[in-house]
Every structure is written in C-alpha cells, then in structure tokens.
Ligand binder design. Structure first.
Ligand code: HEC
Ligand code: HEC
Length: 329
C-alpha cells in the first residue's frame, strides 16, 4: 500500500509537468485520492456492438494502429502524415498500456488549457498536435470521419477510468532530481539496449511492403519533429525507462535505471548529432509556460539551452518557482 501511494505520488508529479501551471510536487490532490487504487484495464473492442458507435470506435482503433496505411504519405483515405509512423508506436498497445502513453484519462481532461498554444484546446485539436509534430504532418479536418473515429475511440477507451480508483494513466515519472543527462554515456546505452531494433543509424526498420515500420525511427527526417513531447528529455526518459526495450520493459520491471534512461533520451534527442524535422511554427508565446526541459530558448530564466535540454533541472525549477512567487502567482 505504501508502494501504491508512492507510485501515485510520482505519477502526479509527472502530470503536473504537463499541467498549464508549474504546480509544486507537494500537490494537494493526492491527499484526497483513495488509498487503494489499481492499474486500469482497458476494455476490449470485442465488447463493442456492431452498431454505428461500435463501428466508429473500431475504425478509430484501426486508425491508431495503422495510421500510416490510412492517412500516411501514401495513405488510402488521405495524406495527412509526413511520416510512416503509427500512433501506436508511441501510444503503446493502441493507447492501452499502463504507463505507456495511454489514453486512459485523456477524454475526461479535455478540453484543457494548453501551455504551448496558450489557449484551451479540444481533444480533436490535441490529436492534430500529434499529427503535426510527431507525425510531421498537416492537421485533419476537425469534422472528418477519421478525426471523429479517433476521438470516439479515445472516449470509449477511458469511459471506465476513474482517477480515484485507478492508476497507470499516461507516463510514470522518473527521479531526475540531482541527475544530468549525458548524450555520450547514452550512446553506450543505445548500442547495448536499443540498436538491435532501432538500427545503427536510428532510422528504424520498415516492414516488407514499406508501408510502415517494424521498428520505428528515433531520429532522422522520417522521425518526430524537434519540440515534440518525445523530443523532451524528461518525457522521453519516462517513456523509455518503463517501456523500452519494447519486448522486455514495463512499469513493474524496467530494464534501464533513471540515469541510463536520461542518458539514452539525451543521445537520441541531441540535435547536434541527430537531425530531425523542424517545427513549422514557433510556440510558447507565454514563456512562463515553457517546460523546463524544452530544448530551445528564449527562456524567462538565464540558464543556457543545453542545461534546459540535458539538466540538471533542479536549479532551473527553483528559479522558476522564485519567479512565480515574485510575480504574485
Ligand atoms: C513519436 C511519438 C508519438 C506519436 C507517433 C504520437 N504521439 Fe500522441 N503524444 C505523444 C507524447 C509524448 C504525448 C504527451 C504526453 C504527455 O504530455 O505526457 C502525446 C499526447 C497525445 C494526446 C494527449 C493525451 C493526454 O491524455 O494528454 C493525444 C490525444 C494524442 N497524443 C494522440 C495521438 C494520436 C491520435 C496519434 C496518431 C495520429 C499520436 N498521438 C501520435 C507522442 C506521440
Ligand atoms: C526488441 C526491439 C526493440 C528494442 C530493443 C527497443 N525498442 Fe524502442 N520500440 C520498439 C518497437 C516495436 C516500438 C513501437 C511499439 C509499437 O508500435 O507497438 C518502439 C518504440 C520506441 C519509441 C517511440 C517511437 C519512436 O520511434 O519514437 C522510442 C522513443 C523508443 N522505442 C526508444 C527505444 C530506446 C531508447 C531503446 C533502448 C533502451 C529501445 N527503444 C529499444 C522496439 C524496440
């Protein structure tokens, strides 16, 4: 039970990174949560009836799994994506794996204020963010059948998720306090634990008919854009620690420790050695909302970009908290 509480507390810290305002880790929300929580089990699409809703949700599931086939650069329905990755490459098991970037609580928390755009976004607009950045593509029309299907699937998946009873949503935080990520050390982690699938050149391995990937790319012009969430070292490390290597790591049994996950995340995302597509628009017009690990300035604080990208992050966080206090927030 103590363990459950610790898990819970750490996932809340992570959620707060995602939240519009930098809230302190000593959040009050955790005190009100029930003490017995369990990992959420996502429903099975076989439970769906063969009616309008069931068919729409199932189409959404197919789109998340085979995104490139439907809306990729040579897509059957449209050509919205700029690369041949699928949503499920990051939102593991079609967004249903505990701490694997799942969608358990997503529908409930949208519409939501988003720091980067500095405004409230709907769930559909949030989906388009992933189509634009990790998929380097152009937004789907909000009223397209594909968008409606994706959003229907996300709603259906999380309908029974109750944050008071369940855990496992999103990502699980890592203990980065006092740590710094080192791309050079990360190169060794990559060679030992990642290269066999994601390949020496990091560009992944396509399937036989080249319609998508068996092992998706981690850098290069076919991978996610700079400034995508996966490009942020703290986010990527939290994903990697509890999910990679793909076949063996889980939240209960990580293969890498916190330091190794940070180092390999830094190696993958280091723009000095690994190029990737550039974002089309600049963002974070309100610098107060810029995540601490964002790779590029300007920042409100005076720490240089490499420290933001690779840490240590503690002193930057302290400086930001001081700034917030002094601005009366
Ligand atoms: C390269 C990895 C990657 C790919 C590919 C990707 N995403 Fe994401 N997505 C992320 C990350 C990272 C986040 C941020 C999660 C966070 O902030 O903790 C995210 C967030 C989201 C969210 C918000 C979830 C929430 O609860 O806040 C939605 C919805 C979403 N993605 C949908 C999609 C869809 C649909 C696709 C396919 C069209 C897709 N994503 C493809 C990495 C990816
Ligand atoms: C056994 C093969 C395998 C190994 C080893 C492996 N991965 Fe992966 N990785 C995958 C697969 C497969 C996916 C996509 C998952 C899916 O589609 O279900 C993936 C997805 C990813 C993603 C998100 C998608 C993308 O391309 O950005 C990242 C990031 C990632 N892996 C990083 C790593 C890192 C870092 C390591 C080493 C610590 C690693 N992987 C080791 C197979 C592997």
């Amino acid at each position: 039970m103590t363990r459950t509480l610790i898990l819970l507390a750490s996932s809340l810290v992570l959620l707060s990174c995602n939240a519009p305002q930098r809230s302190s880790p000593a959040s009050t929300a955790k005190d009100s949560l029930a003490s017995t929580t369990e990992i959420f089990q996502a429903p099975d699409t076989n439970e769906l009836k063969n009616d309008e809703w069931g068919r729409m949700v199932k189409y959404g599931a197919r789109l998340i799994a085979n995104t490139s086939y439907y809306i990729g650069p040579e897509g059957l329905v449209s050509k919205n994506l700029g690369n041949k990755m699928n949503c499920t490459n990051c939102h593991l098991n079609n967004g249903s794996k505990a701490y694997g970037l799942n969608f358990f609580d997503s529908h409930r928390i949208y519409p939501q204020f988003r720091a980067r755009e500095n405004k409230i976004l709907s769930m559909s607009e949030r989906v388009n963010n992933c189509i634009e950045r990790p998929h380097n593509g152009i937004p789907l029309p909000l009223d397209s059948k594909e968008m409606v299907a994706i959003v229907s699937y996300i709603k259906w998946l999380g309908e029974r998720y109750d944050p008071k009873k369940h855990e496992g949503y999103g990502l699980k935080s890592i203990a980065y306090k006092g740590l710094q990520a080192d791309p050079e050390r990360g190169e060794k982690v990559y060679a030992k634990h990642c290269k066999s699938c994601h390949q020496e050149n990091g560009e992944g391995l396509m399937n036989a008919d080249k319609s998508t990937y068996t092992y998706p790319p981690l850098w290069g012009d076919k991978s996610y854009q700079e400034g995508s969430s996966m490009h942020r070292v703290l986010k990527a490390a939290a994903f990697i620690k509890y999910n990679m290597p793909n076949a063996s790591a889980s939240a209960d049994q990580p293969v890498l420790n916190d330091q190794e996950a940070l180092d390999v995340a830094a190696y993958i995302n280091d723009g000095r050695i690994h190029p990737r597509p550039k974002p089309k628009h600049t963002d974070y017009e309100n610098l107060k909302h810029k995540p601490v690990d964002y790779f590029k300035g300007p920042y409100l604080d005076s720490f240089p970009a490499p420290q933001h990208a690779f840490g240590p992050w503690d002193e930057i966080e302290r400086a930001m908290q001081e700034l917030e206090k002094s601005s009366g927030k």
